[in-house]
Design a protein around this ligand. Structure first.
Ligand SMILES: Nc1ncnc2c1ncn2[C@@H]1O[C@H](COP(=O)(O)OP(=O)(O)OP(=O)(O)O)[C@@H](O)[C@H]1O
Ligand SMILES: [Mg+2]
Length: 476
């Protein structure tokens, strides 16, 4: 078992009080007893609805090496049969341990924020940098007040690179997180109307993302989307925060990391880019223009942290779209296959655009149709009806003429779509499911997308459950 932390460093890192004999160390850190691995330290974090202290026994059963619990909760926990470290506040202890992990690390650190594409970019960086060194990166979208310190505390001492996703719903959330991460490179993927309900306009969203510059290491670099409407504002804010090295990525001729040539195909893209004086030609294994944009930032960051660009570029060929973020399935129907594009992880106006472009670029066969299955985009506040209705612009006049809609907000789009688009609107995912399953025909390409809270992942599961997989898109 390789140790992530010796018990001595663990206790010292978070200023805790050990109770009972400690093990030599711990192999990982968990805040969820269901996914805890034997030998992990279990941090009993108190969330909005659950309190980790209620799962102390479950964590011991799962094989926790150490439990980290709050002083105030100790009396109510009874006798526990595992070593315990007592702290005043468990989240604060995780933050301290995160800071200790950062302090002992010699890794090159990259932080990624933006309105869409954070996880996609983070995973692409993980993939590309793994070709040249040992990489640590956030799990899933662990990008908030507990996800970031958890990822930091999990950072092995010997990694060469670490990649952190940093997210926000409100102003002042990114600042404390990035100050813990202290990245050498900060990427802002793009600015769009995500969580617009909590902001007055896109400029305000950009200002909140700009907090990421405040945590950059001295001599650190910001990588910004040169094609984005908020480029100028972000560039200004980066300089105002004292960042001297600000680089743009995109198609714009003034981009430092510039797309020179781009061929988009249904299941991959071929690109040529100028990266820091090098001309890089690469195949990008996951399709879509948005992926190409993300890849420019990835190559730029890889270059800035000193990774071998040729090897990084080569690794892009076997990049693949993640579950819920463009992953493709070819499913067998009686009479022929259908293609399912799983975009069900989340949705906002920008990612709807990216996903519709993917759908429109995917060929149908025979009598097949392109079908968009769209659910509500949440957290758009007063702008919601307008932004939902505006999705019509992504559909009218494109190769997608069949649309299934679900959720209260999608009514605005249903009402906007003209008669020539076949539109099925239902109140929610349960009502939509039978209609969709019954409508599919061989040759169809179906793209499913909504905000997480609306739960269109259930439609993906229903399709995967009903129709056997033929093969994955990578093999076709
Ligand atoms: N650069 C991009 N521009 C626009 N849309 C994008 C971009 N990259 C990815 N997307 C779209 O956004 C969706 C979500 O991507 P991803 O999960 O990477 O975003 P995220 O920023 O991590 O989201 P979250 O805030 O929910 O963690 C993808 O499925 C894709 O449709
Ligand atoms: Mg994410």
């Amino acid at each position: 078992m390789s140790l992530l932390w010796t018990s001595e460093a663990l206790v010292a890192g978070m200023d805790g009080r050990p109770l009972g004999p400690m093990p030599e160390g711990i192999s990982g850190i968990s805040i969820d007893s269901r996914t805890l691995q034997p030998g992990d330290a279990f941090f009993a974090i108190k969330g909005e609805t659950m309190d980790g202290h209620d799962f102390a026994t479950a964590a011991i059963k799962a094989g926790a090496g150490v439990l980290v619990v709050a002083e105030g909760k100790l009396p109510s926990l009874g006798r526990l049969t595992a070593p315990i470290i007592v702290v005043e506040d468990v989240l604060a202890a995780l933050e301290k341990l995160g800071a200790a992990a950062r302090a002992r690390s010699e890794a090159k650190i990259i932080a990624v924020t933006g309105s869409a594409g954070k996880t996609t970019t983070k995973e692409a960086l993980r993939h590309v940098l793994s070709a040249v060194g040992k990489v640590h990166a956030s799990a899933q979208s662990f990008n908030n007040h507990w996800g970031v310190p958890l990822t930091l505390a999990r950072m092995p001492i010997d990694c060469d690179y670490a990649v952190f996703e940093i997210g926000m719903n409100h102003p002042d959330e990114i600042r404390p997180l990035v100050k813990m991460v202290r990245p050498h490179v900060a990427i802002v993927t793009m600015i769009a109307a995500a969580h617009l309900g909590f902001f007055r306009n896109l400029d305000e969203i950009a200002r909140a993302k700009a907090e990421i510059f405040e945590g950059l290491e001295p001599e650190g670099a910001a990588i910004l989307n040169r094609d984005d409407g908020r480029w100028k504002l972000l560039d200004k804010m980066a300089h105002a925060a004292g960042v001297e090295h600000v680089y743009g990525f995109g198609e714009n001729a003034r981009s430092t990391f510039r797309l020179v040539k781009c061929e988009l195909h249904a299941d991959h893209s071929d690109i040529t880019a100028r990266i820091g004086g090098h001309e890089v030609t690469a195949r990008v294994g996951a399709p879509g223009r948005h992926m190409v944009q993300n890849v420019l930032a990835v190559l730029g960051a890889a270059h800035l942290v000193g990774a071998d660009l040729d090897r990084a570029a080569l690794a892009l060929a076997d990049l693949s779209a993640e579950r819920g973020r463009g992953k493709r399935h070819v499913l067998r129907l009686p009479g022929g296959p259908i293609t399912l594009i799983d975009e069900s992880y989340n949705a906002n106006p920008a990612s709807m655009g990216a996903a519709m472009a993917l759908l429109n670029a995917t060929p149908v066969t025979g009598e097949g149709r392109r079908i968009a299955v769209l659910g509500d985009m949440l957290e758009l506040g007063d702008h919601s009806a307008k932004l939902h209705a505006a999705l019509a612009d992504l559909i009218v006049g494109t190769g997608t003429q069949t649309v299934f809609l679900g959720g209260p907000e999608m009514r605005a789009l249903a009402e906007r779509l003209p008669g020539e688009i076949r539109t099925e609107y239902r109140a929610g995912v349960e009502e939509l499911k039978p209609v969709l399953l019954a409508a599919l025909k061989p040759g169809d390409v179906v793209m499913i997308k909504s905000s997480k809270g609306i739960g269109f992942a259930k439609l993906v599961d229903a399709l995967l459950g009903k129709f056997p997989a033929q093969t994955t898109s990578k093999q076709t």
